[in-house]
Write a protein that binds this ligand. Structure first.
Ligand SMILES: Nc1nc2c(ncn2[C@@H]2O[C@H](COP(=O)(O)OP(=O)(O)O)[C@@H](O)[C@H]2O)c(=O)[nH]1
Ligand SMILES: [Ca+2]
Length: 454
């Protein structure tokens, strides 16, 4: 319908344009995999809180984009299937106006040739019909901040009930939730501490959202995502071994042979390869939850703290306060956390029961891919160690932790917060409460103009 003719059609266009939901696309290029998210919101409410929601998630097949460093073209090609899926989800007449963003996280922070991979990815995204808005490596601080914004936006914690505007002195400082995100190559902790000031500048964020100021603490531990943490642990265990390891963090019956060079050609592991008199690691599982905790404990250096309080490796951490949501990737880990001691602690008397244990773990978690299943003992035990020994979540504070997969229809994770920020959908000031919504305002306008022209 052409929108250039008379007032009435122009207004009608205005109204129908308001009724079209709007869309945004974000690709989360993680160290182990990429997910594409499509978000939707009603056009006339975009500055309200809690109205943007996820309508599609497409898991990109293959590696995380940093895994294509030897063949960067494939990094771009790997995204094509999900980009096609996004074209089916977003109505065709809105493709050109729909922004698409790609944010890459820790896997790309660790890659020296990240730019080459990003330019291959950019080529694919530019060739799509959407409005390409950039592909970049986001910082650990951004990843923590946007994860915090996502969780609190979806929980409605930025929404101040309307009646409080008439009694500002009574305005409830409705609390916000802390956000914990455990990836494969990094992990983030973000929350509003009670204690002021935040002693280290690099951990301090200031937000003004919907008319309220937030002083937020965040830290991203590069190399402490669960995949890199395993490498840190093995590199430490290796120093006191002759090339074969009985590892309590793997279930009995687990066998793995690794090239030492694969372990040490990784920016997370400080050099140590040349001192080793062997080139391969023979790893055999002999699951023991408590001993596994002890071998993991070694990768958290708590020997020095230049602040009033620290987490580990000399990083400032104010006293924990409030509720915490553990986001997305850790959801998988929650299954592992709840099954950790079971997945590790199978004292095995004889060969037969080793097979039984493996089958039992498989039986317990039939849908889980073999790759993840084999690391259940380690990854479940790792998140427990990270929370308790790394961050100091004592057992009673555990009640304050919610393992979040989705909040409503939307995955918890940094991508929604990233898009809200880039599309300016979180105003610094609270939008004026409109007596009428745009749509009803237009409708009345049309009604009055058509009665005039009749
Ligand atoms: N157990 C399990 N883990 C998963 C699954 N999918 C992804 N993960 C893990 O979740 C983590 C995702 O990390 P990712 O976001 O790629 O890395 P980041 O760049 O550090 O954020 C990795 O450790 C993956 O192995 C799954 O289906 N099951
Ligand atoms: Ca991630």
């Amino acid at each position: 319908m052409g929108c250039t003719r008379g007032l009435l059609t122009r207004c009608l266009c205005g109204i129908t344009g308001l009724f079209y939901p709007q869309y945004g696309i974000v690709l989360d290029a993680g160290s182990s995999h990429t997910n594409l998210y499509v978000y939707e919101w009603p056009a006339e409410k975009e500055n309200d809180t809690g109205v943007v929601h996820q309508v599609e998630v497409c898991k990109v097949e293959g590696l995380g984009i940093s895994g294509y460093s030897q063949d960067t073209e494939k990094a771009g090609l790997s995204l094509q299937r999900c980009m096609k899926r996004a074209q089916e989800v977003v109505p065709e007449h809105q493709h050109r106006e729909t922004p698409v963003y790609l944010g890459a996280t820790a896997g790309m922070r660790l890659l020296s040739i990240a730019d080459r991979v990003l330019s291959a990815v950019e080529k694919t995204l530019r060739s799509s019909p959407f409005n390409f808005q950039g592909a970049r490596v986001i910082s650990g601080q951004e990843e923590g901040a946007y994860g915090w914004i996502t969780i609190n936006y979806l929980l409605g914690n930025f929404k101040q009930p309307g009646w409080l505007n008439f009694l500002p002195h009574l305005r409830s400082s409705r609390g916000t939730s802390g956000a914990l995100d455990l990836g494969g190559a990094s992990t983030q902790i973000t929350f509003v501490p009670d204690q002021e000031p935040i002693e280290s500048q690099e951990n301090s964020l200031h937000f003004r959202l919907y008319g309220k100021n937030y002083k937020v603490y965040t830290h991203s531990f590069l190399c402490y995502g669960k995949d890199q943490a395993l490498r840190l642990k093995l590199a430490s265990d290796l120093q006191a071994s002759n090339g074969s390891l009985l590892d309590p963090c793997f279930h009995p019956g687990y066998l793995r042979i690794m090239n030492i060079s694969d372990l040490y050609t990784n920016p997370c592991i400080a050099n140590g390869e040349q001192q080793l008199p062997f080139t391969q690691l023979h790893l055999q599982g002999n699951g023991d939850y408590q001993r596994c905790r002890m071998t993991i404990q070694k990768i958290f250096n708590t020997s020095h703290c230049p602040y009033s309080s620290c987490s580990f490796n000399g990083i400032f951490l104010p006293p924990l306060q409030g509720e915490f949501g553990v986001s997305l990737d850790a959801r998988y880990t929650w299954r592992e956390v709840s099954g950790a001691s079971q997945a590790c602690d199978n004292h095995v008397e004889q060969q037969a029961s080793k097979v039984f244990v493996l089958l039992q773990v498989k039986a317990e978690f039939p849908k889980i891919k073999e790759k993840y299943l084999s690391e259940y003992c380690f990854s479940g035990t790792y998140i427990l160690s990270l929370l308790e020994n790394g961050y100091g979540f004592t057992m009673e504070k555990w009640q304050s932790i919610q393992f979040l997969g989705k909040i409503g229809s939307s995955d918890a994770g940094w991508t929604l917060g990233y898009m809200l920020n880039l599309t300016n959908m979180i105003p610094a000031e609270k939008p004026p409460t409109r007596p009428l919504s745009h749509a009803s305002y237009y409708f009345l306008l049309v009604l009055s103009s058509s009665s005039l022209s009749l």
